[in-house]
Design a protein around this ligand. Structure first.
Ligand SMILES: [Zn+2]
Ligand SMILES: [Zn+2]
Ligand SMILES: [Zn+2]
Length: 272
């Protein structure tokens, strides 16, 4: 499984839109891995987790073809994770695609409601197909077996983390969330994970509910060990950083590497 991080920031990006804070000023000055766009991942060139408003820029900048993506798996309805207006650009006459392969979009009832609000034009060629999914019910997306797990993110919406199994390699896509709800831990118990991407919105900060800072990521790691989900070979990654967390890339790396975590950056690729 090849995972490419297209974006690694929280909702406002980093440097944040309109922001004059010191953390954004430092990121603008140092650039490189400190420039972070809104979060999503590309897996094996044809799966995406989330579809943020920066996707058009990702396609231009990260050298991949959006027309080759066949499945978009959506965590929740927040705009930085799901911007369906741009998914509609896959329809004629905005895009001309020489294959019949539809694009499948998967998400909760809330994600579906947002999708349906913009899916108003007739789609004669059935270009985009929405599939509503349920927590803890595994579904197939192409060759991938995908299980939505409950996150702790917005109290009035079912937000999902995902276990994505492709050819026996298992990725836990773990944001946006606080420390996982107990029902999710029950499901994870004893299930082997090859890579986990965790919410570290708050950087070094103390956040544990709705998002996490690094101390919460360490608690999640301990629990994953206790539940026998991870071992020495598991790749652990932190991502989805907010400027309010304060640490730039090198500072995040210095904090997390001694604990066995990789700090994601825009454009980073890993193979598991
Ligand atoms: Zn987010
Ligand atoms: Zn800022
Ligand atoms: Zn969110």
């Amino acid at each position: 499984m090849k995972i490419k991080f297209l974006g690694t920031a929280a909702a406002e990006g980093w440097p944040a839109l309109f922001c004059e804070c010191e953390n954004c000023r430092r990121a603008r000055e140092k650039r490189g891995k400190n420039i972070r766009t809104r979060s999503s991942c590309l897996i094996d060139e044809k799966y995406m987790v989330d579809f943020p408003p920066d996707t058009y820029w990702h396609e231009l900048n990260e050298d991949f073809e959006l027309s080759r993506v066949e499945h978009i798996i959506v965590t929740h309805s927040h705009d930085d994770h799901f911007y369906p207006e741009d998914i509609m650009m896959r329809k004629e006459p905005y895009a001309h695609i020489n294959r019949d392969q539809p694009l499948y979009v998967y998400g909760s009832d809330s994600v579906k409601a947002k999708f349906m609000r913009v899916n108003v034009e007739e789609d004669k060629k059935n270009r985009i197909v929405f599939k509503e999914v349920e927590a803890f019910h595994t579904f197939c997306a192409g060759e991938a077996k995908v299980t939505p797990l409950l996150a702790d993110h917005i109290p009035d919406e079912k937000c999902f983390l995902y276990l994505i199994d492709i050819g026996g390699k298992v990725l836990l896509y773990g944001h946006d969330t606080g420390i996982f709800p107990e029902k999710t831990w029950e499901f994870l118990k004893g299930r082997r994970i090859d890579a986990a991407i965790l919410d570290c919105t708050d950087g070094p900060g103390p956040c544990m509910r709705y998002h996490m800072g690094f101390p919460a990521c360490l608690k999640v790691k301990d629990r994953l060990l206790k539940e026998r989900c991870i071992g020495g070979g598991t790749v652990l990654i932190i991502s989805h950083f907010s400027h309010n967390g304060g640490f730039l890339h090198d500072e995040l790396k210095a904090m997390s590497l001694p604990h066995g975590f990789i700090t994601a950056y825009d454009g980073m690729e890993i193979q598991i």
